[in-house]
Design a protein around this ligand. Structure first.
Ligand code: NAG
Ligand code: NAG
Ligand code: NAG
Length: 335
């Protein structure tokens, strides 16, 4: 188990990447430090984006409808409660407004006045049963958003989630047959788009056309059901990329983030966190060499708070002895 390598030092966790996994790709083993940079504990922390202008981390707490602005230095999160499920928050380039998804609505939230404008609504005929989950902007500022279809009891209808593109104020469906459409990211040449599906334990890759904003040729990059590198506990959640173009996925229930070689689908590094319910990684900090990982303590399962006291809080991973653990800024959605 990965937790065995975790040493707790006054709230700071020193972890070693798993040697078996690292040995496969590189002779140099990177050591990481994990600490907790938030005092607020979300029920289901998600949708984080680093705001390079304000040097804060925005994230949501899906189940309590909160949008939070986290100062990772003071560890104070300033949270605002909305009227429905908030799954992701993206700062707009103007530094004033945020793009937030509220169940099946995309809204603009003014952080000063807390005024909410509804910009668009997906599948209004389903009255919110199809709801947004994760989303990200491509290099041109088009927003790509994944949805989940809930049944009457709030469970998930497998294979009925969609992937939408939002451009010029309009949604269009670009791919279907996801269960929980989650983390997404692109290759730096913009020829590939990666989308994970936590419920089906897979990361998919599509051919991507940045000019037209279209996807084709969906295939499986990594499959938790028959991979030797990840297990079915490693439900791939949020996804980001590092500067070398490798992918980092959070293992929702696996308590770790893992690095994937995008050309082979091999897991080449893995970092354990003290909370098993890791949701989404994002690079940030003044030099983009800090990885922030949102976590959950409830998430529809047993309450993890007593056993795992840092669950729900945002964790930070930094490399102790390498300058190669670096990401880049996320693209911003066009207002
Ligand atoms: C974050 O907190 C630190 C330390 O308390 C403070 O110096 C800094 O100004 C804060 N940053 C923002 C953006 O509020
Ligand atoms: C990726 O995996 C996570 C956790 O397993 C999940 O919550 C998320 O919805 C997935 N992303 C996609 C695009 O399916
Ligand atoms: C991996 O598992 C899936 C079932 O989830 C199966 O359909 C697929 O054929 C398997 N692929 C390989 C290479 O075994």
């Amino acid at each position: 188990m990965f937790y065995k390598t975790t040493i707790c030092l006054i709230g700071i966790y020193l972890v070693q990447s798993s040697s078996a996994l690292v040995a496969a790709s590189s002779s140099k083993k990177i050591h990481y430090r994990v600490d907790v940079v938030e005092t607020f504990a979300s029920d289901l922390g998600e949708g984080p984006h680093w705001d390079e202008k304000q040097q804060v981390l925005w994230h949501t707490d899906i189940n309590t409808f909160r949008v939070c602005r986290l100062n990772v230095s003071s560890r104070v999160a300033d949270c605002h409660q909305l009227s429905d499920l908030a799954t992701l928050v993206h700062p707009y380039p103007d530094g004033q407004n945020l793009l937030v998804t509220q169940r099946n609505k995309m809204v603009r939230l003014n952080w000063q006045t807390k005024h909410v404008d509804v910009l668009a609504e997906v599948a209004p005929e389903l009255k919110g049963r199809e709801r947004f989950n994760d989303g990200k902007a491509d290099e041109t500022g088009r927003l790509w958003m994944g949805t989940i279809l809930n049944n009457d009891k709030g469970g998930i209808v497998p294979g009925k989630g969609n992937l939408y593109k939002w451009e010029n104020g309009m949604f269009s469906k670009q791919a279907t047959m996801f269960s929980i459409t989650n983390g997404m990211t692109w290759s730096y040449d913009n020829r590939l788009m990666y989308v994970n599906d936590s419920e089906s334990h897979k990361i998919y890759v599509f051919d991507f056309d940045i000019e037209k904003g279209t996807l084709s040729n969906k295939r499986i990059l990594i499959d938790g059901y028959n991979s030797t590198d990840i297990t079915v506990n490693d439900r791939p959640d949020g996804l980001t990329r590092d500067k070398q173009g490798y992918l980092w996925a959070a293992a929702n229930k696996g308590g770790r983030v893992f690095r994937v070689d995008p050309s082979t689908g091999d897991v080449v590094d893995s970092i354990a966190l003290p909370c098993p319910l890791t949701t989404t990684p994002v690079f940030g900090g003044p030099n983009f060499n800090e990885m922030f990982v949102t976590t959950a303590y409830g998430n529809g399962g047993p309450d993890q708070r007593a056993k795992y006291p840092t669950c729900g809080q945002t964790h930070r991973i930094t490399a102790v002895d390498s300058d190669e653990f670096v990401g880049t800024v996320d693209y911003r959605p066009k207002p």
